[in-house]
Ligand binder design. Sequence first.
Ligand code: AGP
Length: 611
Amino acid sequence: MCGIVGYIGKRRAMDPLIEGLRRLEYRGYDSAGLALLQDGSIEVVKAVGKVSSLQEAVAAHWPDEATSKVGIAHTRWATHGPPTVANAHPHVDGDRRFALVHNGIIENYLALKTQLQRRGRTFYSDTDTEVLVQLIASCYEGDLVQATAAALKQVEGTFGIAVLCRDEPDHLVVARRGSPIVLGLGRDETIVASDVSALVAYTNQVIYLDDDDIAVITANNVELRTIDNVPVSREVAHIDWDTTAAEKSGYEHFMLKEICEQPTAIANSIRGRLDDTLGTAILSGLDLSQHDLALINRVVIAACGTSLHAGMMGEYFLEDLADIPTEVEQAAEFRYRNPIIGPNNLILAVSQSGETADTLAAVREAKYKGGLVASICNVVGSTIARETGRGVYLHAGPEIGVASTKAFTCQVTVLLMLALRLGRTRRLSREMGLELIEELRRLPDMVRTVTERAPAIEQAAKRFHDAQGMFFIGRGYLYPVALEGALKLKEISYIHAEGYHAAELKHGPIALLDEHVPVVALANDVPGRSKVIGNMQECRARHAPVIATATDGDPDVAQHADEVIWIPRASRFVAPVLTVVALQLFAYYFARERGCAIDQPRNLAKSVTVE
Ligand code: AGP
């Protein structure tokens, strides 16, 4: 998704703008640009490609360093119109009085564009964003914030914007609806961004805008109101991590760093949340009494992508440990299918970014239908976390790699703790709770054991790196892991990989198997193992190479596999976390051997904030 940075303050704006764009690169983009307010005029420089291309264009445009202290910048993930310089942001009006950067989609932009063209305005790009800046120009009567609010009230769709006006050089105007905007409050400087990683180098005091907030920003002040001109105040949040957390720290890729961080990330997710007296989990962010928890008669988990796979683990945990009927919904389906929601249904949104548009919409639909909503998010203060008003943060630290890894294992860990918490308000005994707690406490070390087996996993990946298609099969608790393993491989190596229930192969997909289509079979020693071994034999009978995951010491699996990835012995609740770490490493080394752009895979964005 697009990235926005704005700056006003004591420094040359160029530096925090470029630094901010670099920290937003992980979001995925295909062009970039910036605008500076310099000596009463707006100067704009844009480039197709990476931020480095923009820096070359900037050096050519300003041979001497630009001294402006006010500016906006943008990385564009193309929605309307191809990645070209003309379509890159910032966009300006015809008189170059305004410059604007935008994240989101203006759904009624064509109707607005026609109106503006009839009023004589000329357009130079294919974008919806240019319509917005021209609309602001048409509403301008000497007050930028009023003109911006008037324009936004005509807009249907989503926006996170920052606007400059050459006649009002001492402030920026920002606004949001559906696309996040965060304000960084520095000393004699204010930085605006799409997410915290772009401004954490300058301050750890931030304000998150809510939908339909608009703000006038100077170097030392933020004046907040709604687009209906109603003054509002938003709490100042404190960011508990610094720039080093968002650095590679010697790893070749963020993805590998984040895979190897998982022992620490999981330990942070668990810290302070296990009660050895009552044999339960302490999840105070749920803000629900024992009585409220006991009344929950159904759980619906809404999520997308990797978070959806984590949600599938939650379904198994909650039904197995807490006897609560649970279903997992792809958020985009849930939001549009008029779901049946009752007052004692818990609708749980699972989202690393806390900004995924479909998951946010699912939360709003569930709230509208009177359901009890909660979230499991990684980004503190994210929109989904704020709009649910209750939930559990992962504390996994910033996840920069587009392919989600540590967020997934922390989501699964939190879902297991949630099932423990709810189970202990029902039939789950204290003894069983203590057993689970003991295994959760060992989980970080067991994950570390898997990461230490990376060399063997790398060999398996290299052996099959030229495969053009691959299946991942599992049963029971390992079925969602098969789906997640396939998604990881798809995302970063660009080959077709399918996750399937192991029993499903015979119902069609087995027709695709031959010596060129390896199958990853999850045959750990958990319920379903013997059937998976049978499925492995079916695959090999069709000459498909088999890469199996197996529990340390298993005497049977190896004879039915071409490669074995060994996983420490663990219960059905914890084995999925260990196994997925191995599959993350498999996908990583597979893609690395193929020379793929692992941290920023083509076409992908870290947070899908549009439908
Ligand atoms: C996973 O590797 C992908 N990056 C993607 O599927 C992601 O999980 C999905 O877009 C949901 O994002 P969220 O967890 O931030 O809501």
